[in-house]
Design a binder for this molecule. Structure first.
Ligand code: ADP
Ligand code: MG
Length: 333
């Protein structure tokens, strides 16, 4: 059997049972955005790692080095945000082709350093090796938070409302502009910038983690179609999504209109927006939406409902079922 037949998630499901057996009490291993390691009576450490490989995750000639440094840390911080934590430390391992300019690397570290400073994350170490051809970047981030406040993918309950903390599809549209080498206007540039320099929703994650009626949480890294399925699998539920309620930016709408691209399909399938997806007890969700607006000055976007139809992800337009063509990004599928 070839790896591409089971995909990235099939492989993780295949290997994880042997490593999940016999974990010490309170420790959470493979299966969520971060691993959880008890630190003291009240707090736990959150640990996450993500890898970016040239030509698979980025094209070196299409992303400025400063943005690549920023993005490499941002995607890891986003996993800390997804549990509601605060990042503290990071380690960077990097495989570098020998012909790269040192000045290029200076800019890469400048971008990484800018976000480290902004987020209060200290780069404490790593490893540097020569890579024969491609640039390979792996970061580990450590965070901390009160154990009883941690939000998991596995706690969605039937009846919960499903929300997003930001626009989706912007990053995917920016990427499409880059890949198809389309001429870009101001809106296009904004989308490309979002793709190259995503903002991890740390403040939003921490705020939502304080709320008891927020049940499940995950960051939107691979596209909501794929990330909703992870919530569904771990929480043993179904999800109904109203495609028209997916929050998309005016910039995305205008660029999609210009090139005849389907906004809903890109919004549901494209990845790398790095906002948060959470489910909230229906009794409290209106109140939390109101408080969220007061706190952040923007809406928490309501996009659907958790159902009892285990493993059924259904999309609707005006209450009629539809099926978006594309699915989220699985690295081997
Ligand atoms: P994310 O997209 O938030 O980084 P994924 O859904 O891709 O997380 O990963 C699911 C889980 O699988 C995570 O807990 C991650 O740590 C774990 N995982 C992924 N690859 C490996 C691996 N090679 N070995 C062990 N665990 C892994
Ligand atoms: Mg994640």
């Amino acid at each position: 059997m070839k790896l591409k037949e089971i995909g990235e998630f099939g492989l993780i499901d295949r290997i994880s049972p042997q490593f999940l057996r016999n974990l010490p009490a309170q420790m959470v291993g493979i299966g969520d955005d971060c691993a959880v390691i008890p630190f003291n009576k009240e707090e736990s450490l959150l640990i996450t790692t993500d890898m970016l490989i040239e030509d698979s995750h980025f094209l070196r000639d299409k992303i400025p080095p400063e943005d690549l440094g920023y993005k490499s840390l941002a995607v890891n911080l986003s996993d800390i945000a997804a549990m509601g934590g605060i990042p503290s430390d990071a380690f960077l391992s990097i495989g570098i082709p020998a012909e790269i300019e040192v000045e290029w690397l200076d800019l890469f570290f400048k971008g990484l350093g800018d976000l480290a400073k902004k987020s209060g994350t200290h780069l404490l170490g790593g490893d540097t090796t020569k890579s024969p051809r491609y640039l390979i970047i792996n970061i580990v981030v450590v965070g901390k938070m009160p154990t009883d406040k941690i939000k998991y993918r596995s706690d969605a309950m039937p009846g919960d409302d499903v929300f997003l903390t930001g626009f989706i599809g912007s990053s995917g549209t920016g990427l499409k502009l880059l890949l198809e080498e389309k001429p870009v206007n101001k809106s296009g540039n904004t989308l490309i910038n979002i793709h190259n320099r995503p903002r991890p929703h740390l403040a939003e994650g921490k705020w939502l983690a304080e709320k008891e009626s927020v049940n499940a949480m995950i960051d939107v890294s691979d596209g909501i179609d794929s990330d909703l399925r992870r919530i569904m699998d771990k929480s043993h539920c179904g999800i109904d999504i109203d495609l028209k309620s997916l929050p998309v930016s005016d910039d995305m709408v205008s660029v999609c209109k210009q090139y005849g691209w389907n906004t809903h399909e890109i919004a549901a399938a494209a990845g790398e927006d790095y906002c948060l997806l959470c489910t909230i007890n229906n009794q409290d969700s209106k109140h939390i939406m109101k408080e969220y607006r007061l706190e952040f000055g923007i809406d928490l976007y309501h996009i659907g409902k958790i159902t009892e139809n285990v493993s059924e992800l259904n999309y609707f337009v005006d209450h009629k079922p539809v099926s978006p063509k594309e699915h989220g990004f699985d690295h081997f599928a």
